[in-house]
Write a protein that binds this ligand. Structure first.
Ligand code: GUN
Ligand code: ZN
Length: 438
């Protein structure tokens, strides 16, 4: 982490002390109407009620004050494809045709390292403009696409998880590796980047349909050989894909069973979508502590279906779930808009989701899904000082609406429903100001 001088900020602040799916919002939330947050050497060193803390601070300390805002833990995007930034909004197709028509065409341009670096810079800058401080990122099959993302995240000092895609069938030849070359390149990237500064490596088989059993076998071996690394992939996003995976893996009992068979499930394993997981598969996610990334704007854009939040976060057998943009099938970098989409998907699925729960899945719950809850997703003292300052009045109509909000829960509901990137006042990374709105 880059060293930082001491930085202090003041304003209303909100963080989680519990899981609002398992206990009432009021006890899961810690809301400070007037808080001081001090950041030193990359970590939060003080957090609490301003009138109590002010007398303990040195007289000469400068405090940046954010009125009409909320100080939040930086947002966490649990599943996103940086090379697809250039095809957001390429529409008209469902998943498999969308991959063939737009995605695989775009991803071939990442053979060029300078193009990858340019894209990675735009991607990281956009995350910061949206108050997102950590993401779990798919690169392309090219080793240098992962180098480009890690180099860029390192310059921004971001806590970032990423990996080179593994894909040795059912894609254009120029986008395929082999089971062996994918293993070797991923191992090389792990040695180079995993644990370097704030960077973490995710072994990244794209999805079961684009990897041979040999490739998944080696991916599982690589994960076992490197404890602390991650696995990320896709699961149960569309019916067509599920049927295809069953044809390709006739001996397996279902989609989850494919990954499980090759040792790719468990803590630090996170799968995008999970719309059509069966009850038995949800149980197996719970039993193994495998996490799911809920990608509502993507599911709406591709018409993939409605994620069932009540099955996922059922208190009896709760599965770790983080929110995710899944760009470029997802349509926005904004985790506020992603929360709004999650709410609408929940309504359409006939389920309940409130704004506190949605915010949890974009912060503390996402950190938990990524096994990083001791480091990020919270404002607690001793954790990493990644912070988003969110304007409660970012547009005239939001300002007007907020005058009628009677509780913090209602304010959050309005933010989730109406706000977007324009609400990010500032983003701090490891205690340093990384983005400030004009
Ligand atoms: N399944 C396999 N690859 C992808 C991808 O790039 N995006 C989405 N949404 N689903 C996938
Ligand atoms: Zn995805």
């Amino acid at each position: 982490m880059k060293s930082s001088s001491r930085t202090a900020i003041r304003g209303a602040a909100l963080t989680f002390t519990g899981d609002p799916f398992l206990e009432p919002s009021a006890s899961a939330l810690r809301y400070e109407g007037d808080a001081i947050l001090v950041m030193e050497n990359g970590l939060i060193s003080t957090f609490g009620d301003a009138p109590a803390i002010l007398p303990t601070l040195p007289d000469d300390i400068e405090i940046a004050t954010y009125p009409d805002s909320l100080i939040l833990p930086g947002f966490i995007d649990c599943h996103v494809h940086y090379p697809q930034t250039q095809i957001i909004g390429a529409g008209g197709e469902a998943l498999i045709d969308w991959l063939d028509k737009y995605t695989f065409v775009a991803e071939q341009t990442f053979a060029d390292k300078s193009h990858a670096s340019e894209s990675a810079e735009i991607f990281c800058t956009e995350l910061l403009r949206n108050g997102t401080t950590t993401a779990s990122v798919f690169c392309t099959v090219h080793e240098q696409s992962a180098d480009a993302l890690f180099e860029t995240a390192q310059i921004h000092d971001m806590r970032m998880i990423a990996g080179k895609v593994l894909m040795d069938r059912n894609a254009p030849k120029t986008l395929q590796d082999t089971a062996r070359s994918g293993y070797d390149q991923s191992k090389h990237l792990i040695e180079k980047w995993h644990g370097t500064d704030r960077l973490l490596y995710a072994i990244t088989p794209r999805f079961a349909a684009s990897s041979t059993p040999d490739q998944l076998e080696l991916a599982g071996a690589l994960w076992r050989e490197h404890p602390g690394t991650y696995v990320q992939s896709h699961i149960a996003e569309t019916h067509q894909e599920i049927d295809w995976v069953q044809e390709l893996y006739p001996d397996r009992k279902g989609y989850f069973d494919v990954y499980d068979h090759f040792g790719l499930t468990g803590p630090r394993s996170i799968f995008g979508h999970g719309i059509y997981l069966t009850d038995e598969e949800w149980q197996r996610c719970h039993d193994s502590n495998t996490a799911i990334a809920h990608c509502p704007t993507s599911n709406q854009f591709l018409g993939s279906g409605l994620f069932n939040i009540e099955k996922a976060r059922n208190a009896e057998r709760s599965v770790p779930v983080g929110l995710a943009t899944d760009l470029g099938a997802g349509t926005s970098f904004s985790m506020l808009q992603t929360m709004g989409a999650a709410y609408q998907v929940a309504r359409l699925a006939g389920t309940e989701l409130d704004a506190t729960q949605a915010l949890y899945m974009a912060t503390a719950g996402a950190a938990k899904a990524l096994c990083l809850e001791d480091k990020i997703g919270t404002l607690e003292v001793g954790t990493e000082a990644d912070v988003a300052i969110i304007d409660l009045k970012s547009r005239p109509i939001i300002d007007y609406r907020m005058q009628f909000a009677e509780s913090i829960e209602e304010q959050l509901f309005v933010l989730m429903t109406m706000a977007d990137d324009r609400a990010t006042c500032a983003t701090y990374i490891a205690g340093n100001l990384a983005f400030e709105r004009e």
